[in-house]
Design a protein. Structure first.
Length: 250
């Protein structure tokens, strides 16, 4: 079970994309043209847009979209003048990247890889990593933060979105407590089976110590942060913060 869960998650995402998943819908030609004119915004978390000040001037910058496939952010960064690489484990998400690149006549490096393993990228390669909510699909995230630090240039920026674990406590209706934290299907066979049957994928809760503390432990300096809420549901209605986005620098 432990050896194949990331492959299972890639298959889950492939199916979600084919079923019309919100985070698997590539941007339109009009959105690409708007981005070329400087009119763009992107998300690391469900609701809030990332401040433009977090990016600086993207022209000529080397950007890694880490688990950021789907043809949503990388086309925008390319339109803004960046040289982009996207790494994802979902074939469907990467196919969307290829489709948009072909449609808009630009070049992007597309890499299918499992981010729970060392990244197949050289040291000191990127000016910026864009990593939207996705590390909930791997069990151990400290090695990932260390890999991000390794592949960034000195002064490089990591922009990351992640949940704080609260969503995993509740049932699907968000009306009652259902699970204890930490949420880890690899250590609970019944939870694993429930996750598969409910089409959740194999997800994991992570603590702030793992998320922000892990970035600091990897060597990053935290320079900005904001919190966000779910896009729908009772927790959304009550404005319960369930996500964070961080800007850290090597």
């Amino acid at each position: 079970m432990n050896e194949s869960y990331t492959k299972s998650n890639a298959a889950f995402v492939d199916r979600w994309v084919h079923d019309g998943w919100e985070w698997g819908q590539p941007i339109s030609h009009e959105a690409f043209e708007n981005a070329k004119a400087g009119k763009w915004s992107v998300q690391l978390t469900p609701m809030k847009m990332v401040p433009k000040s977090w990016f600086g001037n993207l022209k000529g910058k080397k950007v890694l979209g880490l688990a950021s496939g789907g043809g949503q952010q990388m086309p925008i960064f390319t339109a803004a003048g960046a040289e982009c690489t996207v790494l994802d484990y979902s074939s469907a998400q990467l196919q969307s990247e290829r489709m948009v690149a072909q449609r808009e006549h630009y070049v992007i490096q597309v890499i299918r890889a499992d981010m729970s393993h060392p990244l197949p990228l050289p040291d000191d390669s990127f000016d910026l990593i864009f990593h939207p909510v996705s590390n909930c699909y791997i069990e151990n995230i400290l090695p990932l933060w260390k890999e991000c630090f390794r592949v960034l240039k000195k002064g490089g920026i990591l922009l990351a979105g992640f949940d704080n674990g609260i969503n995993y406590v509740f049932n699907e209706e968000e009306t009652d407590f259902a699970c204890k934290l930490p949420f880890n299907p690899l250590k609970d066979k019944a939870l694993y089976q429930t996750s598969v049957e409910n089409d959740w994928g194999i997800q994991f809760s992570h603590t702030i110590e793992e998320e922000i503390g892990g970035q600091l432990q990897a060597g990053f300096t935290l320079t900005d942060i904001y919190e966000d809420i779910n896009s729908e549901g009772r927790l959304h209605d009550f404005h319960v913060p369930t996500f964070y986005a961080t800007k850290t620098v090597k």
